[in-house]
Design a protein around this ligand. Structure first.
Ligand SMILES: Nc1ncnc2c1ncn2[C@@H]1O[C@H](COP(=O)(O)OP(=O)(O)OP(=O)(O)O)[C@@H](O)[C@H]1O
Ligand SMILES: [Mg+2]
Length: 242
């Protein structure tokens, strides 16, 4: 069963008398279990819109999104929220950590909201893998931007979701921290079961993934293997959007 399968997605913003502009038009995308793929496209092309739809934070006008074989577009609000906490991990810039909670409590929050008992061994493994050992009792304001981003990734991974949706996770990081985060995502993708769908403008970041999709005029205009080659990604990008 695909980690993610979106078909026939249409979405427009604007309500009431406002003129609606279609952002996604018959959009389709498929990720195999454990895949690590990238979604690219110019500013305003609809990348974040799709991630929000896939995360269940927005409802599509039409179309279907299946996560690990479950049609999330058919779930009611309550069931959708519960499903999301277990099966979808999000790393969004606007989806902040809670400053009042410690690093450890932020990481296990979705499981607690789900009335689950967080597995302490799982927490220890993730804290170690994400280089947060010794920082479990700190609060987000006492962490660097890169550390905060790693806490968000640990939180997203905790429940072993089918897919991690990450919207420009390297956006606020310097070049070295962005490079570290890419290497980390690659190793997490090898060790963990979750597929990763990453949105980025940076071809160097995109090259960490195995496949890239270009969004144009509301749908995927081109998809290809990255071969981990940033120069080839840049060249195809220019070709697609010139
Ligand atoms: N809440 C909203 N209400 C109205 N229009 C919106 C809303 N959110 C996004 N849009 C519009 O939808 C289009 C797609 O936005 P989206 O955020 O998905 O683009 P993006 O590809 O993520 O861009 P960026 O690379 O700048 O993050 C844009 O034209 C944007 O102005
Ligand atoms: Mg965006």
């Amino acid at each position: 069963m695909e980690a993610l399968k979106a078909t026939g997605i249409c979405h427009a913003y604007g309500q009431g008398g406002e003129k609606k502009t279609a952002v996604l038009k018959d959009f389709a995308l498929e990720l195999a279990p454990g895949a690590f793929e990238v979604l690219m496209g110019p500013s305003g092309s609809g990348k974040s819109t799709f991630l929000h739809l896939a995360a269940g934070l927005l409802t599509a006008e039409s179309g279907q999104i299946c996560i690990g074989g479950t049609d999330v577009t058919a779930l009611g609000d309550g069931a959708a929220a519960k499903f999301r906490r277990r099966h979808v991990g999000v790393v969004f810039q606007s989806f902040n950590l809670l400053d009042a909670l410690t690093v450890a409590d932020n990481i296990v929050l979705p499981v607690k909201l789900d009335h689950g008992r967080p597995d302490a061994a799982r927490l220890a493994v993730l804290v170690e893998k994400l280089g947060l050992a010794g920082k479990e009792t700190r609060r987000p304001p006492e962490l660097s931007g890169g550390e905060r981003q790693r806490v968000a990734i640990a939180r997203a991974l905790f429940a072993e979701p089918d897919i991690i949706l990450a919207d420009e996770p390297t956006g606020n990081l310097d070049v070295a921290a962005a490079k570290d985060l890419c290497a980390l995502l690659q190793s997490l993708n090898r060790d963990e079961k979750s597929a990763i769908l990453l949105v980025t403008h940076d071809p160097v970041v995109a090259a960490a993934a195995t496949r890239v999709h270009f969004l144009k005029n509301g749908k995927i205009a081109a998809s290809f293997d990255t071969n981990h080659d940033p120069a080839a990604i840049s060249a195809k990008y220019l070709e697609t959007y010139r």
